[in-house]
Write a protein that binds this ligand. Structure first.
Ligand SMILES: Cc1cc2nc3c(=O)[nH]c(=O)nc-3n(C[C@H](O)[C@H](O)[C@H](O)COP(=O)(O)O)c2cc1C
Length: 192
């Protein structure tokens, strides 16, 4: 069975609408893939600053961090669930990515540029936005960032399941948006 890395960055955990959409989609994908799940709320994510960088340059990378980076490198598919925070992704997810961006693991370089070293041919991003901001809008900085990062790491095309305007509609409309997003995600899961 091929493998799938599920990065759960639903910081509000059980209250998260993103998580409510991700769960049935992941339940479906679990039938097709061996799933490795990383729940960012449960991981010790150190911000990458000078001391950590110095250690990294000296080849001193904590075993746990290396295991996350190798999980990113080796997964056949990647699913990320994260809410829209401050017009982009939550800092915990950015920190996770910075920790995993390790030379010779998730990316390599030659004498001219960097290139990806990851295996995943597809990546799915599940998200929920408070304001009425669409995927691709210039105010939406999560998807462009994930596309750029997946280019750096050599990961295949990014598909997006997004809910928007979640904080300014009735509870019924929120439920409708969640149901629509689950249907959309389950359709993607058939071919993912
Ligand atoms: C810390 C924080 C930052 C947020 N920043 C934004 C934002 O910049 N733009 C926006 O449209 N919504 C923002 N929101 C609203 C969330 O995107 C929205 O409530 C979303 O549905 C949350 O997803 P969740 O239910 O999975 O946690 C923010 C919410 C929080 C808690």
């Amino acid at each position: 069975m091929k493998s799938l890395l599920y990065i759960d960055a639903c910081m509000r955990d059980e209250e998260s609408r993103t998580k409510r959409v991700a769960e049935p989609i992941m339940a479906e994908l679990t039938k097709k893939y061996d799933v490795i799940k990383l729940v960012l709320n449960e991981l010790p994510l150190d911000v990458v600053k000078k001391p950590l960088l110095a250690k990294r340059m000296a080849g001193d990378i904590p075993q746990e961090v290396m295991a996350w980076a190798e999980a990113v490198r080796d997964a056949d598919r990647i699913v990320i669930a994260a809410p829209f925070w401050d017009m982009g992704i939550p800092a915990a997810l950015k920190t996770f990515f910075e920790l995993c961006s390790i030379f010779d693991v998730t990316f390599k370089s030659d004498d001219k540029t960097c290139y990806g070293n990851c295996k995943a041919e597809k990546m799915l991003f599940i998200t929920s936005r408070g304001m009425n901001v669409s995927t691709g809008d210039e105010l939406e900085q999560a998807t462009p960032y994930l596309k750029a990062l997946s280019w750096l790491w050599g990961i295949g095309p990014l598909q997006v399941v997004a809910m928007q305007n979640m904080d300014y509609v009735s509870p019924e409309e929120i439920e409708n948006k969640i149901a629509t997003a689950i249907d959309e995600g389950l359709e993607i899961a058939k071919e993912f």
